[in-house]
Design a binder for this molecule. Structure first.
Ligand code: ATP
Ligand code: ZN
Length: 221
């Protein structure tokens, strides 16, 4: 019988990648990576590491291709709101890194009178679910326009009137004649898991892993 291993998905490269590896390192886990660019193996515990694009992580975890994953809460929550899966991945821990904000940004020349200023407008975003939820809570009727990238150019191209995007410095918005006007979602890296129950061997590995993660989180407080 082959030895049971827990599979964790982390971002291969990008804003989550380094700190995800760092988290594992702080858990006392080292990843050995051979020639294979997709898989890594943890030496100290029966854990395999899958190195993938962050956008794929919620689906991989929800569908069981991986047992757990580290991803931005913005991406996990958007996937959940999209409702494409009967049982989406479950959030098990907040990890405190890769913090960012999903913000509405409007043309600088707009007189901003709160979310009501968006009534009847088109909003370019890669996060239509989170945007829609914000608009509904604000009782504003506006239309999210899905864009995968370069969201901030949409108003200049007249594809949309405003945008809802991840903001770090605001420099990109500024360069496109936009300014942030409201926070839609505050995000940080989170640990998610497959919603189905694990078999006993995998559950034991999962619990041992979570104990280490909780130890790391507690030492940071
Ligand atoms: P991939 O190639 O894996 O698809 P990506 O370009 O989609 O990567 P990154 O830019 O690496 O994604 O961002 C990954 C996550 O990092 C975001 O979803 C978000 O949770 C977080 N993040 C933290 N700070 C920022 C920021 N300034 N801009 C964008 N995302 C940020
Ligand atoms: Zn991505």
């Amino acid at each position: 019988m082959s030895e049971e291993r827990l599979r964790i998905a982390i971002q291969k490269s990008g804003r989550l990648a380094e700190e995800s590896v760092e988290l594992l390192k702080n858990c006392g886990l080292t990843i050995s990576r051979g020639r294979d660019t997709l898989y890594g193996r943890v030496q100290e515990m029966p854990i395999d590491v899958l190195l993938v694009r962050d956008d794929d992580i919620p689906a991989f975890v929800a569908d069981g291709a991986c047992d757990i994953g580290v991803v931005g809460e913005n991406v996990a929550e958007e996937d959940r709101l999209a409702g494409a899966r009967e049982t989406p991945a479950e959030l098990v821990a907040r990890l405190g890194f890769s913090r960012c904000r999903l913000m509405l940004a409007a043309p600088k020349e707009w007189a901003w009178n709160g979310p009501a200023s968006l009534e009847g407008k088109r909003i370019a975003t890669s996060y239509p679910g989170l945007t829609r939820r914000f608009l509904a809570a604000a009782k504003v009727k506006a239309t999210p326009v899905m864009m995968k990238g370069s969201v901030e150019v949409a108003p200049r191209l007249k594809i949309a009137d405003a945008v809802c995007d991840i903001v770090s410095t605001g420099a990109t918005l500024d360069a496109n004649g936009l300014r942030p006007v409201a926070t839609v979602f505050e995000s940080e890296a989170v640990l998610i898991r497959n919603p189905a129950s694990f078999g006993p061997a995998k559950q034991t590995i999962f619990e041992a892993f979570m104990k280490r993660v909780e130890g790391v989180m507690a030492s940071r407080e």
